[in-house]
Each structure stands twice: as C-alpha cells, then as structure tokens.
Ligand binder design. Structure first.
Ligand code: HPA
Length: 257
C-alpha cells in the first residue's frame, strides 16, 4: 500500500465512545488492511472536510464491540501511519476528578499516568526489533496541543487546558477509593483508552494529542451515589456535538501554522 493512494492526510482522528463516525466527511472512502500486529478496530474512513483530507477510525469499532483492553492499539496506529498520517487527534471519553473537569467539559490533557495492565504497550518486542526507550516527558505533542487550544479559541468553544489523565484498565468503572488514589497521584481525569495509545504513537513518531470529553464525575467526585450510563451518554452527546466544529477549526489552524 502506498501513501499516495489516499492523498495527503492532514489529520487522523481516533474516535472514542460516542464518536463512531464523522458525518461531515465528503467524498469518503473506507479502507482497511491487516498490519504486522493484526487487524485494526475497523475501517479507516478517509474523506474531505472542506479542502482538508482527514482519516477517521472508531477505536472501539463502529458498533462499539471492543472494550478498552481488547482494542488493538498497535494495529490502529500502524495503519494510520501506513496510509500517511503524521498527526493523530485522539478523542477520549473520561470521568472528571478535578473541579475544572465537570461533566460536558472538553479537556486537552498534558500528562498521563498509566494504571493499565496486560496490554501490549510497545512495538519493540518482536525478535530482531530495536528496543526504543522513547522520551515521554511530554506525552502529548505540545505543538498539536497548542494548535488545538488556538482552534478552540477561534471556534468559540470552551476547553480546559492541561490536566493529568489517569489511564485505568476498565471496562468496569473505578471504586471511590481508586479515584481518591488517582486524585492523590495528581490525576484530573480518568479514562480507559489513553494508554498504551499515547506511548505507541510516540514510538511511531506520530504527533498525538487528546480531546477528553467529560462524561461524568468520576466515582465519589460528584453528589450522585452512583454513575449511570444514561448520564454518561447524555453528557457525551453534548460534548461530542462540538467536536466536528473543533476539528474543522483545528485544520484551519494547522494550515496557517
Ligand atoms: N472512569 C473511567 N473511564 C471513563 C469514565 C470514568 O468515570 N467515564 C468515561 N470514561
């Protein structure tokens, strides 16, 4: 497969819970391919947003059949790179821990702590592969974060700048004590898909940033005795509705950077 088959892809978007398609894509073509690491979560949809060519992949599959620990993060990122993407915007549903991250807020986190386990988190384990110890001081690409921030300002969309994302194993939600521990560790947000995706993107040399959509107060952080899927989906729908506008503004910002 050659990158030329798909034109120059300015941005690849990985959609999380609640974002399974970008309906505004024009001239859309779907493709998929096996990678050396297996099959990705589903088709990559490549199309135009105005004059900008972007690629979209639903992390959990278009029918949300893959739980966070079963997502083939390696195959997803590998395929996006293979078709010529150099920048990845990850959309992640999260729970809010810090008070800036109330339900329906959109955050642009700048740090991660990885609490996941048993996920393959590197491309450096096949025999004969060079072992890379990639720098993760800044796990999200600062220039892409800055572009996102500028785009949100231009589009008049409120975003919360910065914050530490705690990546948990799922698929169950956390206990109150687990969230209290994450808070003590300095986490502002909690989600199940931030890792190993960010580390793998760094190994592949991809620019990578996250839009974290707050679906609920994390366990024990709000007034509610428990987290319901109804509130999760209602809040995510609200936050997700702003994403296409934000992506369009990001493409403008990147074009003029
Ligand atoms: N915890 C972990 N992941 C999540 C949450 C949460 O409370 N809400 C949405 N994704």
């Amino acid at each position: 497969m050659s990158t030329h088959d798909y034109g120059s892809i300015e941005l690849a978007v990985i959609g999380g819970t609640g974002l399974y398609k970008l309906t505004m894509l024009e001239d859309e073509k779907a493709m998929t391919a096996a990678t050396p690491y297996g099959m990705p979560s589903g088709p990559v949809r490549i199309g135009l947003l105005g004059e900008h060519r972007i690629a979209f992949l639903a992390r959990h599959g278009e029918d949300h059949s893959l739980p966070p620990h079963k997502v083939n993060y390696r195959a997803n990122l590998w395929l996006l790179k293979e078709i010529g993407a150099t920048r990845v915007l990850a959309v992640n549903a999260v729970g809010g821990i810090g008070e800036r991250y109330a339900p329906r807020a959109i955050g642009i986190p700048d740090q991660i702590i990885d609490y996941t386990w048993g996920r393959v988190g590197t491309y450096c384990e096949e025999p004969g592969t060079d072992v890379l110890h990639v720098d993760m001081t800044e796990p999200y690409t600062p220039s892409l974060r800055a572009a996102l921030h500028a785009a949100a300002r231009d589009a008049g969309i409120a975003v919360v700048d910065g914050g530490c994302y705690g990546a948990t194993q799922g698929p169950r939600l956390e206990t109150k004590a687990e969230i209290a521990r994450l808070r003590r560790d300095g986490c502002d947000l909690v989600g199940m898909t931030g890792m190993p995706e960010a580390g793998l993107a760094r190994e592949l040399g991809l620019e990578y940033a996250s839009l974290a959509l707050v679906a609920n107060w994390a366990a024990g952080c709000g007034d509610a005795a428990e987290i319901t899927m109804k509130e999760v989906h209602t809040n995510l729908d609200q936050a997700t509705a702003r994403i296409p506008h934000l992506i369009a503004a990001l493409l403008q910002t990147l074009e003029h950077a």
